[in-house]
Design a protein around this ligand. Structure first.
Ligand SMILES: *[C@@H]1O[C@H](CO)[C@@H](O)[C@H](O)[C@H]1NC(C)=O
Ligand SMILES: *[C@@H]1O[C@H](CO)[C@@H](O)[C@H](O)[C@H]1NC(C)=O
Length: 983
C-alpha cells in the first residue's frame, strides 16, 4: 500500500565520539551475560494504521522518521537513506517483525484476510530487504486467537509471538505460576507441528513504570542525571530502581531473561530522548553489575530463551474473551460496526474471485488491477478497523478505500469476463466491447442492469461465476420491474424460475440507501425479485438469459399470501423441499424444524431481544465500541400481532415478519437446501429513551447442551467453550453474559447426544450460549456512552442523505440455521460455510437482438472440464504475481475427526487445475510466500514442553513430485505454492 505500517522494534547504538574531559562515553556494547538477570531493552513504537485519525492523517501528522507506515516512508527515501536502513537491518540493529501491512485484529478477522495481508507485507520485506520476519508481535489486539498462533505464527515461520492483552484474572495466575510464556498449540489437527513459543507481557506493552522517556510525554519518569555537579544527581537511585524492577519481573518469568518493551503508542517522535536515557541505564546498571542490561530485539530475546533449554507450559485454545478488569469484557467489538464488518467480508470474498478472473485473462500491468483492493482490505484488518473501534470518520475512511479498490477490481472482473465470453478473443482479434455491469448494492435490492425494461426485445444476460473448486448449484435473486419474464440456460432451455413481490419495507431501505451512497434516488422501482437456480462448474461460469415473455403456466406457482389469524389455533408449514419450518398460527412464531431426509424433528423458537447498554453511572464502565457491559435484558415483543406473510414457490418459500417498527425479518427455506436462511433488517435502533441498545437474536431448542458450545477461530478451527468456565484458571464470574461472549466468523454450534444445532454467519459477530440448548448472536449495537478505552466517541452510527438528514444505521444481514443428527453437522458448516464466503459473482450485460449464446462463450471452465476439487478442499489464492508466476494456496477445510468421510487426507491434481498451461516449476513456500517451506522448517526452533503430553500422530501431505504434480492435504492443512509456467 502506499502507506503501510509495520510494527517494528528498533534500536541503535549511539555513536559517540570521544572529546572533552567532561564528556561521558556510555558503554552500550553489552551482550547477554550468563548467570545474571539479563534485561533485554527493546525500543519499539506502535502506530495504528488509523484509530483516532485516519491513516493519512497519522502519516503526515507525526514525525517522518522510522516508526511505522514503513512502506510509505520507504518509498520516499533517497538511495543513501535506504542503504543506511538496509545496513541497520542486516546488522540486526533494526529488526522487521510481524511484517504484515498492519497489526491485524484477531477476533473479527477471517483467516483468509489475515493470510492475504500478511503475505502482502512479507513479500514486500523479502523483495526490499531479503529478510523473512521471525517474530510475531501482536501487542495491542484485544484478545488472541488460536489461528493467530498456529497459522499466522508457526505457519509463516515465526519462532515466537508476543502480545500484551490477556484476561486480568488469567494474567494474575500466570504471573504467580511463571506461565506468561508458553508453547502454544493452536490447532488440534496440526498439534505440535505448528506450535509456537508465545509470551504475554507482564503488563501492557509499555516500559515498567518510571522508565518512560518520550519527549513531551506525559510521564514524569526521572531522567538519569549523571552530572555530579548538579543537585539532582541520581545515578545510584535510578540504578537501584532499575535493578528492583528487573528482579521483580524475573520473579514472574522463567529463565533469567526478561524483556522490557521500551515504548508504547506513537513513540520515538524524537528518538534521541529515549536512546539517551537507555544508553545511560545500560552504562550505569552494568557498572553496578547486579543485573545485566542490554540493547536487544525480540529475536535476540527469543534466541536467549531458546538457548536456556527450559521447558515451557503447554497452551491450547485461545485468549478470548479479554477483560482488563472486573466488568470490562472486550466482547462488544465482536459486533461493533456490523455494516463495516459485512462490507469487509463481502469484499474479501469478491477479491478472491476477482484475482482468479484476473489470472484467467492475464494481469494487465498498466491497470486496472486488484492491487488497490488488496491494500485497502489489508488496512481494513487493522485492530481498530474491522474491529469497529476507530472514530467514525476513520471508519468512513476505511470503507472509502475499500470502495475505491472495489471499483477498480470491478473493472478487472468486467474486462476478464468480456475476454472470456468473447468467442473471438482466443484468436487474438480486437478486444471485446461487451460491457459487464455488477451490482454491489444487491443487498439493498438495487441493481440497475436487472431493472432494465425488457419489454422492447432486449434480453438480460447474466454471467454467474463460481470461485469454488467444486460444481455448485445455488439460487440467484435479482430485482426486476416486470414479472413477465422467463429464464433460459446456456442451451436455450427455459428453466424454472420464481417471482416474489418486493415489499414496501425493502423499497424504503433501498431508496434511502441508494440516496445515501449514490447521491440520488433510483429512477425506477422494481416490483419483484426474480429467483432461479444456477448451476456452475468449478472455477467457471454459466450464462443465463432473462427475457420478456408471459410466464408459462406452472413455471411458477402463484404465491399465497398468508396472514395469521389470532383466533385460529392451526400451524403453518413452510418449505418446498426436505426442510419444513412450522409456525404457530396463533402468534406467528417459529415452533418446529423438521427435516424429512435426515428425520430430524426439533422444537425451536427464534426471537429478538436487546441488552440495554450500561451507562457507566455505577462504576464508570459503560458499554461502548470495545466493551460489552449489558445492564438488563429485554425481549423484543412485537408491538402488535406479528403479521406473518408467506410466499411460496417451486424454488423457495419466504416468511416475512415485521417484528417491530425497526426490525424486519425474512426467513427463507429453499427446495434444494436443508437449512433455513434468516435475513434481518435492523435499525434505526431507537435511542430517544436515552438508552443504548445491543440487539440479539436467540434460537432456542430442547438440546441438552450442558453448558457447552463451539465457536470458530477466525473462521477456521472450532474451539469448545463452556459457559462460566475457563480451562486455564478458575473463573470468577462477574459478567454472566458479556464474559461468555466469543467472536464468530464462520459459525457457532452446540450439541447433545442426539443432535447438533448450528448457525453460520455472513460477517463477524459476537455470540454465545447463555442457556442450554440456545444460541444467541449479537447483530447490531447502538450506544450513547464512550467506554473509556481511548476512542472517546460513542458507538452511534448514522447514515445521512443530506448534511442534516441522518438516521441511525440500519443493518441488513443474514444468518443460517441447520439442525443435524449428531456427527453430521460439520459437512454443512464447512462446505456451505465456504460457499457463504465465496458466493456466486454475478455480472450483467444487455443483449440486443442477435443471439448471445451462439455468438459468445456461454460456459467457461477455468480448470479441466472433467475435474473438480475434492469436497474438502478450497482454493484460497489463485493470483498472478508481478513476474507472471502464480501464487496458489489450497486449504483442507476439515479438522481431524470432524466428519467420517471428509476429515481425511485429500489430493489435488495440479495438471488438471492448470489444464490450459504447462507447469514449469513449483516451489512450496511458507504460508506468507516469503521463503521456501523446507528452508523454513529447517530453521524452526524446537522447544521443550513441560510434562508429558500424548499426542496423536500429526499428519501432513507429502512433498509434491514435480512430474506427478499432485498435492496432498491433511485435515486443516494449508499449502502455499509459487508456480511458474511455460509460456
Ligand atoms: C563495555 O562493557 C562491556 C560489558 O558490558 C565490557 O566487556 C567492556 O570491556 C566495556 N568496554 C569499556 C571500554 O569499558
Ligand atoms: C516474588 O514472588 C513472590 C510470590 O509471587 C512474592 O511473594 C515476592 O514478593 C516476589 N518478590 C519480588 C522481589 O518481587
Amino acid at each position: 500500500m502506499a502507506v503501510k505500517a509495520w510494527f517494528l522494534a528498533l534500536f541503535m547504538v549511539a555513536l559517540l565520539s570521544c572529546g572533552e574531559s567532561k564528556y561521558i562515553v556510555y558503554n552500550t556494547t553489552s551482550t547477554i551475560v550468563p548467570g545474571k538477570i539479563n534485561v533485554h531493552l527493546v525500543p519499539h513504537t506502535h502506530d495504528d494504521v488509523g484509530w483516532l485519525k485516519t491513516i493519512d492523517q497519522y502519516y503526515v501528522g507525526s514525525n517522518n522518521s522510522i516508526q511505522a507506515f514503513f512502506q510509505r516512508w520507504w518509498d520516499e527515501q533517497s538511495e543513501a537513506v535506504k542503504s543506511t536502513v538496509k545496513h541497520l537491518v542486516s546488522s540486526g540493529q533494526l529488526e522487521l517483525i510481524n511484517g504484515g501491512i498492519c497489526m491485524h485484529d484477531e477476533a473479527a478477522t477471517h483467516y483468509i484476510d489475515m493470510i492475504d495481508q500478511t503475505t502482502l507485507g512479507h513479500r514486500f520485506i523479502k523483495a526490499e530487504f531479503n529478510v523473512t520476519p521471525r517474530i510475531g508481535w501482536q501487542i495491542d489486539p484485544f484478545g488472541h486467537s488460536a489461528v493467530q498462533a498456529y497459522l499466522l505464527g508457526a505457519e509463516v515461520g515465526f519462532d515466537s509471538f508476543f502480545f500484551g492483552r490477556i484476561d486480568y484474572q488469567d494474567r494474575a495466575k500466570r504471573k504467580n505460576e511463571k506461565t506468561l510464556e508458553v508453547i502454544w498449540r493452536g490447532s488440534k489437527s496440526l498439534g505440535s507441528s505448528s506450535q509456537i513459543f508465545a509470551g504475554a507481557f507482564p503488563e501492557n506493552y509499555e516500559p515498567p513504570s518510571n522508565f518512560y522517556y518520550e519527549v513531551n510525554g506525559d510521564s514524569d519518569s526521572p531522567i538519569v542525571q549523571d552530572n555530579t555537579n548538579l543537585f539532582d544527581y541520581n545515578v545510584p537511585e535510578r540504578v537501584n530502581e532499575f535493578v528492583a524492577a528487573a528482579i521483580s519481573q524475573a520473579n514472574i518469568t522463567r529463565t533469567n531473561h526478561v524483556m522490557w518493551t521500551m515504548g508504547t503508542d506513537f513513540q520515538y517522535q524524537y528518538a534521541h530522548t529515549w536512546f539517551r536515557q537507555l544508553d545511560k541505564f545500560i552504562h550505569y546498571v552494568n557498572q553496578d553489575g547486579r543485573v545485566n542490561a542490554l540493547y536487544s530485539t525480540p529475536s535476540i530475546y527469543t534466541d536467549a530463551k531458546h538457548a536456556t533449554d527450559e521447558s515451557w507450559p503447554l497452551k491450547s485454545d485461545d485468549y478470548f474473551p479479554y477483560a482488563d478488569r472486573i466488568n470490562a469484557y472486550w466482547t462488544g467489538y465482536f459486533t461493533s460496526r456490523p455494516a463495516l464488518k459485512g462490507y469487509v467480508r463481502a469484499t474479501s470474498g469478491y477479491y478472491l474471485a476477482a484475482r482468479q478472473l484476473e489470472f484467467f485473462k492475464g494481469k494487465n500491468k498498466a491497470g486496472p488491477t486488484t492491487d488497490y483492493l488488496a491494500d485497502a482490505l489489508a488496512i481494513a484488518q487493522h485492530h481498530d478497523a474491522v474491529s469497529g473501534t476507530s472514530k467514525q470518520h476513520v471508519a468512513d475512511d476505511y470503507a472509502k478505500r475499500i470502495a475505491i479498490g472495489y471499483t477498480e477490481a470491478e473493472q478487472v472482473v468486467a474486462a476478464s469476463l468480456a475476454y472470456l465470453t468473447d468467442s473471438t478473443s482466443k484468436t487474438g482479434s480486437n478486444s471485446s466491447s461487451i460491457k459487464f455491469q455488477q451490482c454491489p448494492l444487491l443487498n439493498i435490492s438495487y441493481c440497475p442492469p436487472s431493472e432494465a425494461d425488457l419489454s422492447k426485445g432486449k434480453n438480460l444476460v447474466i454471467v454467474v461465476y463460481n470461485p469454488l473448486g467444486w460444481k455448485r448449484e445455488d439460487v440467484v435473486k435479482i430485482p426486476i420491474v416486470d414479472e413477465n419474464v422467463v429464464v433460459r440456460d446456456s442451451r436455450g432451455k427455459e428453466i424454472e424460475s420464481q417471482v416474489i413481490p418486493l415489499l414496501l419495507a425493502s423499497v424504503a431501505t433501498r431508496n434511502y440507501h441508494a440516496k445515501a451512497y449514490l447521491g440520488k434516488y433510483p429512477k425506477v422501482t422494481p416490483s419483484y425479485w426474480l429467483a432461479f437456480s444456477a448451476t456452475v462448474p468449478p472455477l467457471g461460469f454459466s450464462t443465463y438469459i432473462v427475457s420478456s415473455a408471459k410466464r408459462a403456466a406452472g413455471a411458477s406457482e402463484k404465491e399465497t399470501v398468508y396472514v395469521s389469524d389470532r383466533s385460529q389455533n392451526h400451524t403453518i408449514k413452510v418449505g418446498p423441499g426436505n426442510l419444513q419450518l412450522v409456525y404457530s398460527g396463533k402468534d406467528g412464531k417459529l415452533t418446529k424444524y423438521i427435516n424429512r431426509r435426515s428425520s430430524v424433528e426439533e422444537s425451536v423458537d427464534q426471537s429478538f431481544g436487546y441488552y440495554s447498554g450500561d451507562d457507566g453511572s455505577v462504576d464508570f464502565q459503560a458499554s461502548g465500541a470495545y466493551i460489552f457491559r449489558p445492564n438488563l435484558t429485554y425481549p423484543i415483543k412485537s408491538e402488535r400481532q406479528v403479521p406473518l406473510t408467506v410466499f411460496r414457490g417451486p424454488l423457495l418459500d419466504e416468511v416475512h415478519q415485521r417484528v417491530n417498527s425497526w426490525i424486519y425479518q425474512v426467513t427463507r427455506v429453499y427446495k434444494e437446501k436443508d437449512h433455513a436462511e434468516f435475513e434481518f433488517t435492523i435499525g434505526p435502533i431507537p435511542i430517544d429513551d436515552g438508552i443504548g441498545k445491543e440487539i440479539i437474536t436467540k434460537i432456542s431448542s430442547s438440546l441438552k447442551s450442558n453448558k457447552k458450545f463451539y465457536t470458530d477461530s477466525n473462521g477456521r478451527d472450532f474451539i469448545e467453550r463452556i459457559r462460566d468456565y475457563r480451562k486455564d484458571w478458575t473463573l470468577e464470574v462477574n459478567q454472566p453474559v458479556a464474559g461468555n461472549y466469543y467472536p464468530i466468523n464462520l459459525g457457532i454450534y452446540t450439541k447433545d447426544t442426539r443432535s447438533e444445532l448450528s448457525l453460520l454467519v455472513d460477517r463477524a459477530v459476537g455470540g454465545s450460549s447463555i442457556v442450554d440448548g440456545q444460541l444467541e448472536l449479537m447483530l447490531h449495537r447502538r450506544l450513547i456512552q464512550d467506554d473509556g478505552r481511548g476512542v472517546a466517541e460513542a458507538l452511534n452510527e448514522t447514515v445521512c442523505i443530506t448534511e442534516k438528514k441522518c438516521q441511525g444505521l440500519t443493518v441488513v444481514g443474514k444468518y443460517y440455521l441447520r439442525i443435524d443428527p449428531l456427527g453430521e453437522g460439520a459437512k454443512w458448516r464447512r462446505s456451505y460455510g465456504q460457499e457463504l464466503y465465496s458466493p456466486f459473482l454475478l455480472a450483467f450485460a444487455e443483449q440486443d437482438g442477435h443471439n448471445w449464446i451462439s455468438s459468445h462463450v456461454p460456459t467457461f471452465y477455468g480448470i479441466s472440464p472433467s475435474y473438480a476439487l475434492p469436497d474438502n478442499i478450497a482454493i484460497l489464492t489463485l493470483q498472478e504475481l508481478e513476474d507472471g508466476e502464480v501464487l496458489f494456496r489450497l486449504a483442507h477445510l476439515y479438522e481431524v475427526g470432524e466428519d467420517k468421510d471428509l476429515s481425511l487426507t485429500a489430493s489435488v491434481e495440479l495438471k488438471k487445475v492448470f489444464a490450459n498451461k504447462k507447469i514449469k516449476g513449483i516451489t512450496e513456500t511458507s504460508l506468507s510466500a516469503n521463503q521456501e517451506r523446507a528452508e523454513m522448517e529447517k530453521k524452526r526452533l524446537v522447544w521443550k514442553v513441560e510434562g508429558s503430553y500424548e499426542e496423536p500422530k500429526v499428519t501432513r501431505g507429502g512433498p509434491v513430485d514435480p512430474t506427478k504434480l499432485i498435492v496432498e492435504l491433511a485435515p486443516m492443512e494449508i499449502r502455499t505454492f509459487i508456480i511458474s509456467f511455460y509460456s
